[in-house]
Design a protein around this ligand. Sequence first.
Ligand code: PLP
Length: 483
Amino acid sequence: LELDSFVGESHAVLDFLSDYYKDVESYPVQSQVIPGYLKKGCSDYAPDSPEHLEFILDDVRKNIIPGLTHWQSPNFFGYFQANASTAGFLGEMLCTGLNVVGFNWISSPATTELEIVVMDWMGQMLKLPQAFLFSGNGGGVIHGSTCEAILCTLAAARDKALKDIGEDKITKLVVYGSDQTHSALQKAAKLVGISPSNFRPIATSSSADFALSPNDVRMTMEQDLANGLFPLFLCATIGTTATGAVDPLMGLGLVARDYGVWLHVDAAYAGSACICPEFRPYLDGVELCDSISMNPHKWFLTNMDCCCLWLKDTRSLIESLSTNPEFLKNKASESNDVVDFKDWQIALSRRFRSIKLWVVIRRYGVANLRNHVRKDVELAKHFEGLLATDCRFEVVVPRKFALVGFHLKSNPSIYNDDVSKLNRKLLEAVNASGRAFMTHAVVEGTYMLRCAIGTTMTEERHIEGLWKLIQEKADLLALPNDD
Ligand code: PLP
């Protein structure tokens, strides 16, 4: 480490980032570059000699910033937000600055012990049953993403089941979700060796707000059993990606219990909201589930990356993922008095993410974290209110959190195109303007725009600006008026 230049260069990067945040609103939200754009701005070979930081930052300014889609822009409403914060950034600085690798307790005791503390804090904030906490009989771990969390959980469920029914039955195991479940589940099923024909995305419908029906799950499992298959794993979602739908944990929990199925809850997005008493009822029934994960890097002011996963049966996870190579053997691990998080995740090495989450929670406090969620929900309500003032538009899916799914209604006297084409054009026009960015979803064959509110710097004026922009672009899509 170049300690002589460490502080000076770090300040230069901080100044750079501070200017970036001051200016971010003025950049086109979606990058306007074309594929391969960067090649021209970069040398073909790595430099032989060191370069000055100021030249590198100059290049970031000239070549990298134009190729960024600005996720921290207050006019970013796409996907689900990855909200950044000062505390999250400071925590990340500590994580990356200390750069310790706590794969087992002995490799850096504080990293493991802080993770245990923070996971219990988070679990308490969500009012998870004691069985999920270290202070009960369970525990939690911080992964980089929900995809990893679901993969590891599914591997644990698979190995636990195969121990009972025999390894040769792997081709008979069945995984269940809904047609709204994130593709993370399908990817995990592929990776743990579930036969593609045994992946069941059960249909949902608008009449049930796109929630998974416990009855449909039960019927599907019955059918699978009748066909000689073994129901293994069910993934419920609190806040689906397309519509923010909520699956009923209580009903699904009873079905999972009847069939001996592992029930995981993917609360990647809306888990953060459940720290508020008014949203916590969505987690009712979690006591019947086996594991639950949520992403503080989406809506909990925690910079990328951070996914919390809790399990009741941590032994199954450890049995599935543990290895014991000679070079890692040590007295503490052999004593069984410590947690070795290498056995709770895919990789050996791991980042000190708990320090970031710890700083976020301590710097804001739970009350402010709740208010942060509530502010975004209020902005979403405001946006819904604006949509209601213009009869050309309709909200497609009832809003539960801060995601609003809406579209321009079909109207042959105003528009030439069918609903899908019309709304695709509207989204393209909004995003091409550079003034805001949204994404889309198709539910029951209906194309809709998704306005996901939650970027840290978004205020009411940005919602109003977005609404003006949408109306402006909708006007331009209308057929010429004959008058
Ligand atoms: N699950 C849900 C409901 C999501 O919305 C997302 C991402 O938006 C994911 C899982 C994937 O999360 P990650 O990127 O952390 O794997």
